[in-house]
Design a protein around this ligand. Structure first.
Ligand code: AGP
Length: 608
């Protein structure tokens, strides 16, 4: 989704804005622009396309020179990607950049037209906000912003400059994320920390309705009601290197290779005396033991991690777990009680639908637990309890290491819950935990052992128009993620099916040479899965089987076999995930796609 940056300091503002926007490219965008105070006037440069197009345009037409300004990468919502719809947008005296959606922009536009403000150039909701700010501007920026905030409905973060307030940047947030970076005599705004990490690790989190005023290298905050605020300064616990490619051709590959370390950093502090210990996250065995129902709600990959969680928690703790897609759950009037636990999983902690579910769950009195990667994100701050995954910044749009750490937290929760409910004894809990502790090493060796085969098999996939992922039980949960990964970056149509469900319709799709990737790591279901593999093979499918190194699978059933280390059945997802990620990665590379920034996708989906 859109990215916002802003700067006030001594450096060349245009350079800082462009460099900061580069670090937000992962969010997905189709146009870019900046507005900089140049000799007391606001100079705007914007264009459809990539940041390189913006830079080229500025080289041709002149680069704004100054020390304060705002910048934006746009992911189109209202109006097609075009020069004129690109941000910044301006009223007569006000120029803004915006992330989010203004739901009532049509009514506001009508109001402006009725008041003889009909100077709209674009199709965007953002321009309406610029005009509205201009309409109410009486020389007092804070008063004007507060007035407009009361009229806007939706989710938004804004960076604002007023023509008669040179060298000053205003920022405000409501739902959409925004941070304020504090450097040595310079200040920044950004949608996310990676944008400013090159300049400073210190930042403030802007809360709902708070306004920031950046001037003379310093920042002041005031509330929606106009009260001055003192805010806590946070320090990022990672540096620029963590957000760079570090020699890998793509962030996605780097992040796949970072999984062992990410898992280690996530689980190690949560193990005490060989047992899971989530007390630092506000979770005790007593809390976990008392819930009647568990709801795991999330979107995309995070929801798939929840699917694995369901199987593992139900199996070990014998508690009913419902997994749901956040955009569905929030509108289906869910049956929640004070005895229920709602777990929201989110890498970014800013996903609009997941956030809405959290708000809804809190209203019902259910307990809420967030499993989140980005520190201080909205979901993390609003949930009753939070378990941070320590994956570090995930830049590639296709989630890999964040999924892996979400899985590892699912295991910790399941083990602790099963123990708290008396379903497993201390020794069994210790044994399971010790298996989990071995995962970083096992994942590392899996990456090394399957990489060549995945690279080779991917060459067999690139010509496919469509393929199926199949599996049973945990393998089905896993295949959902494998299928999503593949389709989002290779653009090959892919669906995941419960292997036993194929005969109820989907098997009619199988034609000669159609790839079917079967995940077959669950020994107790192996024979049944192999029968399903043979059924598709008999109808012409090209079969690729992901199984453990000891699995006894008829070589006739599989055209290609990718073998991973053999672990306890329940833990197999931690290794079987790896070949699915690498298959998606190399298929995308072989097709010449933009692996890290797949078309139409945004890293953090902050609108519905
Ligand atoms: C995964 O590869 C996707 N980019 C996407 O499905 C993602 O997992 C989903 O949008 C949820 O994001 P979140 O974890 O930040 O809430």
């Amino acid at each position: 989704m859109c990215g916002i940056v802003g700067y006030v300091g001594r450096r060349d503002c245009t350079d800082v804005l462009v460099s900061a926007l580069t670090k937000l490219e992962y969010r997905g965008y189709d146009s870019a622009g900046i507005a900089v105070f140049e000799n007391g006037k606001i100079a705007v440069a914007k264009t459809k396309g990539r940041l390189s197009d913006l830079t080229a345009k500025m080289e041709r037409e002149g680069k704004p020179k100054g020390h304060a300004g705002i910048g934006h990468t746009r992911w189109a919502t209202h109006g097609e990607p075009s020069d004129v719809n690109s941000h910044p947008h301006s009223g007569r005296r006000v120029t803004i950049v915006h992330n989010g959606i203004i739901e009532n922009y049509k009514q506001l536009k009508q109001f402006l037209i009725e008041n003889e403000r009909d100077e709209f150039l674009s199709d965007t909701d953002t321009e309406v906000v610029a005009q509205l700010l201009d309409f109410y501007y009486d020389g007092n920026p804070i008063r004007c912003i507060r007035k407009v905030l009361h009229e806007l409905r939706g989710s938004f973060a804004l960076g604002i400059v007023f023509a008669d307030r040179p060298e000053t940047v205003y920022a405000v947030r409501c739902e959409s994320p925004l941070i304020v970076g504090q450097g040595q005599g310079e200040v920044f705004i950004a949608s996310d920390v990676p944008a400013i990490i090159k300049y400073t690790k210190d930042y403030y989190l802007l809360e709902q309705g708070e306004i920031a005023v950046l001037k003379n290298g310093a920042v002041q905050f005031c509330s929606l009601h106009g009260r001055m605020l003192e805010k806590e300064l946070h320090t990022a616990d990672w540096d620029e290197d963590s957000a760079e490619k570090g020699g890998y051709p793509h962030y996605m590959l780097k992040e796949i290779h970072e999984q062992p370390v990410s898992v280690k950093t996530t689980i190690t502090p949560r193990i005490e005396d060989g047992l899971p210990d989530l007390s630092e996250c506000g979770i005790t065995p007593e809390t976990l033991g008392k819930f009647q129902n568990i709801f795991i709600v999330a979107c995309g990959t995070a929801m798939h991690a929840g699917m694995v969680g369901k199987y593992v928690i139900e199996k070990l703790a014998r508690v009913s777990v419902t997994v749901d897609i956040a955009s569905e759950f929030r509108y289906r009037d869910p049956l929640l009680t004070t005895n229920d636990l709602v777990i929201i999983i989110s890498q970014s902690g800013e996903t609009a639908d997941s956030k809405a579910v959290l708000t809804l769950a809190k209203k019902t009195g259910a307990k809420t637990l967030a499993i989140v990667n980005v520190k201080g994100s909205s979901i993390a701050r609003e949930a009753d309890m939070v378990i941070y995954t320590h994956a570090g910044p995930e830049i590639a749009v296709a989630s890999t290491k964040a999924y892996m750490v979400q899985l590892s937290v699912m295991y910790l929760l399941a083990f602790e819950m099963a123990y708290a409910k008396g379903r497993i004894d201390r020794d069994e809990c210790r044994r399971l935990t010790s298996e989990l502790v071995k995962m970083p090493e096992v994942i590392e060796s899996t990456i090394n052992s399957v990489v060549d085969m995945c690279q080779f098999v991917s060459t067999k996939l690139i010509t496919a128009d469509s393929l199926l992922y199949i599996g049973r039980g945990l393998d089905y949960a896993l295949s959902m993620e494998g299928s999503l990964k593949l389709k989002e970056i290779s653009y090959i149509h892919s669906e995941s099916y419960a292997a036993g469900e194929l005969k109820h319709g989907t098997i009619s799709l199988i034609t000669d040479g159609m790839p079917v990737i079967a995940v077959a790591t669950q020994n107790s279901l192996l024979e049944k899965t192999v029968s399903n593999i043979k059924e598709v093979k008999a109808r012409g499918a090209m079969t690729i089987v992901i199984c453990d190194e000891e699995a006894d699978i008829d070589p006739e059933a599989a055209d290609y076999m990718i073998r991973v280390p053999k672990l306890a059945e329940l833990l197999m997802p931690m290794v079987a995930t790896v070949p699915m990620q690498l298959l998606a990665y190399y298929t995308s590379v072989n097709k010449g796609n933009d692996v890290d920034k797949p078309r139409n996708l945004a890293k953090s989906v902050t609108v519905e």
